[in-house]
Design a protein around this ligand. Structure first.
Ligand code: FVH
Length: 272
């Protein structure tokens, strides 16, 4: 169970923009923090705030009951984790490095084989948001380890558990980012279109932003169409959606701002 007051020995490996923000949040939360970064100078501001610096990543891992990894990519994770199996044995490892779900599962198999409890995570925030009310992080893997350290993980932002599949946090993370990039691509295309009428992307932003926020509020209504398509009755027919996309596509062509994105969207309408 979570203990909201216990001081923990926590290690942070990787002090880039995000890792440094995580370490700061841990120090602000009163925990005993050991840090390590490949480029040693990046640890100095954290040492000034009370962190202990380790001379190797393995030494840092041995110093924490909870070990947080936040490096560039999966290759950097494996480079430091695999030679440190001995130091990690019996500890909880939280990998907040962005990886694919399959890379998360592979790390999970390695952790199980080496007596390490793995929680894989995805950060839904930029560094300046860490510790603030809008930040949330996704976690999956060993439930008992998450429950034990939830009070520490909550310091980064709201901790959201998404399941025992080691790849689940990465999958939710990438699914959300996929939605975000689709939205930005739509804004980019819309901006080009309104400029052909003398309008501006800046003006579009003030109109599209609130509308899309309202539409996002309808995700829950659309979810049964994906979770249980057989019993789902859509509010708008596929023909209606296809007609709307065809009109948008034609308008883009007429404006001289043709878009492959809109053609691809048309192909995603079920049954069309
Ligand atoms: N910054 C953000 O907004 C996003 C939010 C969502 C999650 N990401 C992921 O977090 C990981 C780290 O991102 P970051 O922003 O801290 O990235 P950088 O500031 O570029 O720092 C990279 C750190 O990784 C270290 N590093 C790179 N390769 C190695 C290696 N082979 N061995 C050890 N460390 C390595 C690097 O060290 P150095 O260059 O300072 O020596 C930095 O500490 C990332 O997965 C994002 O996708 C952040």
């Amino acid at each position: 169970m979570s203990n909201s007051t216990a001081v923990q020995r926590v290690s942070v490996i990787g002090l880039g923009a995000m890792g440094a923000a995580l370490a700061k949040a841990l120090l602000a939360g009163g925990h005993e923090v050991t840090v390590w970064n490949r480029t040693a100078a990046r640890a100095e501001p954290l040492v000034a705030e009370g962190a202990t610096v380790a001379s190797t990543s393995a030494e840092a891992m041995a110093a924490g009951d909870l070990v947080i990894l936040c490096v560039l990519d999966d290759a950097a994770v494996r480079e430091h984790v695999e030679p440190a199996a001995e130091q990690l044995r019996g500890r909880v490892l939280v990998n907040l490095t962005t990886t694919t779900p399959e890379q998360g599962r592979s790390l999970g198999r390695w952790a199980e084989a080496n007596g390490v409890e793995l929680i894989d995570g995805g950060i839904m925030a930029v560094p300046s948001m860490i510790g603030g009310p809008a930040a949330f992080l996704l976690y999956s893997g060993i439930t008992a380890a998450f429950d034990r350290f939830r009070h520490v993980l909550d310091l980064f932002g709201r901790a959201e558990w998404v399941g025992t599949d080691y790849g689940a946090a990465a999958m939710y993370d990438l699914a959300i980012l996929g939605g975000m990039y689709s939205m930005f691509a739509g804004f980019q295309q819309g901006g080009k279109m309104v400029r052909t009428t003398g309008g501006s992307a800046a003006h579009l932003a003030t109109l599209m932003g609130p509308f899309l926020q309202a539409m996002a509020g309808m995700f829950a209504q659309y979810a049964p169409g994906i979770d249980d398509p057989a019993s789902y009755v859509p509010e708008q027919s596929a023909e209606f959606t296809a007609g709307a996309l065809t009109t948008i596509n034609t308008a883009a062509d007429e404006a001289g701002t043709p878009s492959e994105l809109l053609q691809v969207l048309l192909k995603t309408v079920p049954g069309i």
